[in-house]
Design a protein around this ligand. Structure first.
Ligand code: SF4
Length: 350
């Protein structure tokens, strides 16, 4: 049966047209699924009962199965989803003031192997389909009971979204039916052609770059993708990314003790970002002795000094002690339900 979740309005209407006597009926169904996040045809009370019965026999409205939801002491909630082929992914819901930020996964694993990230250490996984991406949003929205008007979406979960552009594009089209692109952020480890693809979208979400080092050598050491797309090429692409009025590029910078946390590194970062309307998220490493043995976060004083150096140079800086650490829901900690016993141990950065 065809799943209607993850399909844009035009496609839902095309699928349904042969079974609806009146053209507006298919628009009604699309509205129920995209705007009201219906999970069954029974909810669609403005449709004739006979049509609902018929559609139920032909289509499904299927989200990924929610296996587990774990609440952190800081209010973040981690959701584990089982996919139909046995793969699993995680998403995170983080309440903040009156808003809710939903962090979605785009792949069931990640091939990029960033050395500070548990998802990367555990290795590659397949691309998620549009229904699996949009489904995470739908399930987390229902579970939290928050209205979509108050939701921000960030693609910072498992996987590299810009290596899954076809499905991401469809998912964005669907998500933008309810959430403004201004409130959606796609974060990339630096896939240059993917950034170009994002730049060309009509309903363009915000761009975030997972930067993590102020120079090419160190970046390539902890982010192998930087050998393919070197820092100067990446920054050229970022500089030409179209920014609507008031928008900025977010740069995420995971601070690792003794590797990239010196004041001189902050000064290099200031130079690197000169002239780009930017916001820097400084994220002290989420330590994971099991998967990232020997890797440490800097102490609070060092973190503070690093952030202050950036701020004094005029950059907008947020120091983000990650949410959900106690339930392994923080940045770089997501792993789905994978067997980690044979995962390689990453070498410490030199
Ligand atoms: S940080 Fe992102 S791109 Fe790098 S390995 Fe982890 S999930 Fe993949």
């Amino acid at each position: 049966m065809t799943n209607l979740v993850g399909k844009p309005p035009g496609e839902i209407q095309r699928e349904l047209a042969p079974y609806c006597d009146l053209p507006f009926r298919s628009r009604q169904v699309a509205h129920w699924i995209l705007q009201r996040h219906a999970v069954s045809f029974d909810e669609m009370t403005n449709l004739p009962a006979e049509l609902r019965r018929r559609l139920q026999q032909l289509f499904t409205i299927g989200d990924p199965e929610l296996v587990e939801a774990t609440a952190s002491a800081d209010g973040a909630r981690k959701f584990l989803f089982a996919l139909d082929d046995g793969a699993s992914v995680e998403g995170v819901a983080m309440p903040e003031d009156r808003k809710l930020t939903l962090c979605l996964s785009s792949q069931a694993g990640c091939a990029l192997g960033c050395r500070f990230c548990v998802t990367g250490v555990l290795g590659p996984g397949r691309n998620l389909r549009p229904d699996e991406i949009v489904g995470q949003y739908r399930v987390m929205l229902r579970a939290t009971g928050v209205d979509s008007d108050r939701v921000n979406i960030v693609f910072m979960g498992m996987g590299e979204p810009l290596l899954n552009t076809e499905n991401l594009g469809t998912a964005l089209e669907v998500l933008c039916e309810r959430v403004s692109p201004k409130r959606i952020t796609v974060s990339t480890a630096g896939i240059v052609p993917g950034i170009r693809w994002l730049a060309g979208r009509q309903r363009r979400p915000k761009l975030a770059i997972s930067l993590n080092a102020p120079d090419q050598d160190r970046r390539a050491e902890i982010m192998p993708i930087s050998r393919r797309y070197p820092l100067d090429e990446l920054m050229r692409e970022v500089r030409s990314f179209p920014l609507e009025r008031g928008r900025r590029v977010t740069f995420e910078y995971v601070l690792i003790r003794g590797f990239n946390d010196a004041e001189s590194d902050a000064s290099l970062l200031v130079r690197l970002l000169a002239g780009i309307p930017s916001k820097v998220n400084v994220i002290p490493l989420n330590e994971d002795p099991e998967h990232l043995p020997g890797w440490r976060a800097p102490d609070a004083l060092t973190v503070d000094r690093f952030g202050r150096t950036l701020a004094e140079a005029g950059l907008t800086v947020t120091v983000r002690w990650s949410r959900g650490r106690d339930v392994a829901a923080a940045c770089g900690q997501l792993k789905g339900r994978r067997d980690v016993s044979n995962a390689p141990t990453p070498a410490r950065p030199s």
